[in-house]
Design a protein around this ligand. Structure first.
Ligand SMILES: [Zn+2]
Length: 195
């Protein structure tokens, strides 16, 4: 019986790297995977990139309106595993469609994504929230803050300053310096007081 997995972690914990490793392991055994991600306006386009080098083309990307179950049932029903990158950007409906993939098509689905948005409130990302409610298995990918504690927060820095409000997706206009860092709660409060 196939299952729906949500493997979440803060920014920079190597989620995409782990996804690529799983894809590699399947391929090495002569099995096939389908690698997908939600389409956002970021620069990477249809590729999965990692900070340390390896990359891979997606099999397809999809908009918020697309029914992923239908797409997989039509074109990918023979694959051995579905791997989803940037799963926090799924809609709640699309998470339900991925659950249908595990139940009706009996294909395991492994989603990688962030649990919380940089504002750390309002339920985080719709896709992550629904995955936390629905997934058969929820697993944390751990990463470390600069101070050595476990990092659980994704923080946005604009021109070097911690920001705690703004749009979910910030387009790089080339003029401002936008960075994300994984922080522990301790460092978050310290930086927030100083900002
Ligand atoms: Zn810290």
């Amino acid at each position: 019986m196939a299952q729906l997995y949500f493997r979440y972690g803060a920014m920079g914990c190597g989620k995409t790297m782990q996804l690529l490793q799983v894809a590699f392991n399947y391929n090495e055994r002569g099995q096939t995977v389908c690698v997908i991600k939600p389409r956002t306006d970021t620069k990477n386009g249809d590729k999965l990139l990692t900070r340390i080098g390896p990359e891979r083309e997606t099999d397809f990307t999809f908009t918020r309106r697309e029914n992923i179950y239908n797409r997989i049932a039509k074109d990918y029903r023979d694959v051995d595993c579905i791997l989803v990158d940037e799963a926090q950007f799924l809609t709640a409906k699309q998470v339900d469609q991925l659950m249908e993939v595990t139940v009706k098509l009996d294909i395991p689905v492994i989603c990688y994504g962030l649990r919380l948005n940089f504002r750390r409130k309002d339920g985080g990302f719709e896709g992550a929230t629904r995955l936390l409610q629905l997934a058969h298995k929820i697993e944390e990918i751990k990463t470390i803050c600069d101070c050595g504690r476990k990092a659980t927060l994704n923080c946005r820095f604009l021109n070097g300053k911690l920001v705690t409000d703004g749009p979910d997706i910030l387009i790089d206009d080339g003029k401002s310096d936008i960075k994300y860092r994984a922080l522990c709660n301790h460092c978050y409060y310290k930086l927030k007081e100083n900002s």
